[in-house]
Design a protein around this ligand. Sequence first.
Ligand SMILES: NC(=O)c1ccc[n+]([C@@H]2O[C@H](COP(=O)([O-])OP(=O)(O)OC[C@H]3O[C@@H](n4cnc5c(N)ncnc54)[C@H](O)[C@@H]3O)[C@@H](O)[C@H]2O)c1
Length: 311
Amino acid sequence: MDIKKVSCVGVGTIGHSWATLFSIKGLDVSIYDMSKELLKSAMERIRFSTNFLAEKGLITEKEASDALSRINLTNSISECVKDSDYVQESAFESYDVKREIFSEIDKANDSTIIASSTSGLLMTEIQKAATKPERCIVAHPWNPPLLLKLVEIVPGKKTAQMTAQTTYDFIEKLGKIPVIVKKEVPGFIGNRLQAALWREALNLVNEGVASVEDVDKAVWAGPGARWGIMGPFLTLHLGGGPKGLKYHIDTIQHGFNEYLKSMNDWKEIPYHAVLKAFAGLEQVPMIKKKSFEDMVRWRDDKLAKILKIQE
Ligand SMILES: NC(=O)c1ccc[n+]([C@@H]2O[C@H](COP(=O)([O-])OP(=O)(O)OC[C@H]3O[C@@H](n4cnc5c(N)ncnc54)[C@H](O)[C@@H]3O)[C@@H](O)[C@H]2O)c1
């Protein structure tokens, strides 16, 4: 299946970034959100992103303006998706909202692939709202989808193999790194790993082991620097010396068992711990000095450099 026309339904943080990516890759893009104001704000963010890419020399000025000219705005979902080959839904993270949108898309276009950006909801539940559930799938990006390469492809129980393959190929053609989640679990792969780390980061702050700023540093300046090029398995394999992961497990990892025993196993994040994190975050020098927009720019500037070495 040749995907030429795509739609983005919901163009907040994630949707506008998908729309930017699709348009700079030469696709015709139709975007929908609930009001003219939201669409206007999405277009401003898309313009900001294309300018950023042009400034970084990742695309030319002409490519940036051509990308903007390929985007159409509409306040009607059916209008947005009616002649699309692929729809990327990026609305609020709620089964009710997603089911309502999937049902509307399903009625307006009977052949398009309908992909959700959900961070962890199950497609098996969302696709119940569609008369053709076989073309519904999760394509979960990482923020910002314009820059980060990973996209988790997660079929629901009724998703056709052909939908999974076409989505995988499409995402790969966009220059992304797709992975297939073979068995549906909430949070897929990346967010489950992120949740495990987040729980312990909060626990360390809550227990007064370290400040928010130092826990963050202990991630990005330490293991996080390796994670930009390797996952946990290869990292430990190389950490075990020439005898690799087996040596690591046999000789070093007994320490991990001790750490695990002393960790918190919260099944729900307690709000009193989050309040401590909020207070700690206010003390972080960058938060005190920079506006939110400046921090996003700082992040994207650094990310663009990291992504160059991931190629
Ligand atoms: N923010 C992240 O880091 C991130 C990363 C990956 C995936 N996601 C997922 O992407 C999706 C969107 O998240 P976000 O962070 O962009 O949220 P957001 O709040 O920035 O944007 C959501 C957009 O959806 C629109 N919307 C809400 N209800 C709608 C409806 N009924 N019909 C159509 N549009 C509707 C809103 O107006 C808004 O513009 C969620 O499913 C989220 O889990 C988020």
